[in-house]
Design a protein around this ligand. Structure first.
Ligand code: HEC
Length: 205
């Protein structure tokens, strides 16, 4: 008899808890949720995007002081970072030394990023032309030969007319390496026998 009573109490409790858990789920409440073991979950601190009564603009997040430069982001020197001189004109010569290592790098980057349009020779007859792209400029005309280095750097950085910018893909030092390589390409297609060392001229003739 006693056992039956206990059993019916337990059953009633289970029934009540099932009913109640069903009834209150999803109901909005102003009370904080029951949090049995708070540990250090609640701390007196500001979180990102939180509002603040302390600062006049009502925001807990602070802006960096004007003129702040992130580490490694100091772009000191327009000649290197923009290809321009003090008056904002394109620099005549690239600051990247011309040596075999830099030329090889320039060649590699040129063949990746420029050759699809301008071709490996720089005559503007890259594969994209066959796919219906607007004809790219040939580098082997007097106008492009006479462009200052800084202007070619500027074209890579900002694009020009139908050519898109490559600033996102090509870091500054590689842009200069490409500029130097374009100069080498131009010489390679515009050379005379006088450019060849005397002892090698016979072989070429
Ligand atoms: C998606 C094709 C494409 C790629 C890739 C491309 N170019 Fe061009 N480029 C063009 C086109 C098209 C023009 C002609 C733009 C015009 O006059 O409308 C051009 C023009 C130029 C000019 C002549 C600018 C002038 O003063 O007329 C230079 C220099 C040049 N590109 C250099 C480069 C270099 C260096 C690269 C590689 C970093 C490169 N281009 C990559 C399509 C491309």
């Amino acid at each position: 008899m006693k056992q039956k009573k206990i059993l019916s109490i337990i059953l009633t409790l289970i029934l009540v808890s099932v009913i109640f858990s069903g009834c209150f789920r999803g109901r909005p409440s102003d009370d904080p949720p029951v949090h049995l073991n708070p540990n250090m979950d609640e701390q007196p601190k500001y979180e990102a995007q939180e509002k603040s009564e302390f600062f006049a603009d009502g925001s807990a997040m602070r802006n960096p002081v004007t003129g702040t430069v992130a580490r490694g982001r100091l772009h000191d020197g327009d000649a290197w970072f923009k290809g321009t001189d003090r008056n904002g004109m394109p620099v005549h010569k690239s600051l990247l030394p011309i040596n075999m290592q830099n030329l090889k790098r320039g060649q590699e980057r040129y063949n990746i990023y420029c050759a699809p349009c301008h071709s490996r020779l720089g005559d503007g007859k890259g594969i994209m032309l066959k796919r219906g792209y607007v004809p790219p400029t040939s580098f082997h005309t007097d106008r492009i030969r006479q462009l200052p280095d800084g202007e070619i750097f500027n074209v890579i950085t900002n694009g020009i007319r139908n050519m898109p910018s490559y600033a996102g893909q090509i870091p500054v030092s590689d842009r200069w390496a490409i500029v130097n390589y374009v100069r080498a390409l131009q010489r390679s297609q515009d050379a005379t026998i006088e450019d060849v060392p005397v002892e090698m001229r016979e072989k070429i003739k």
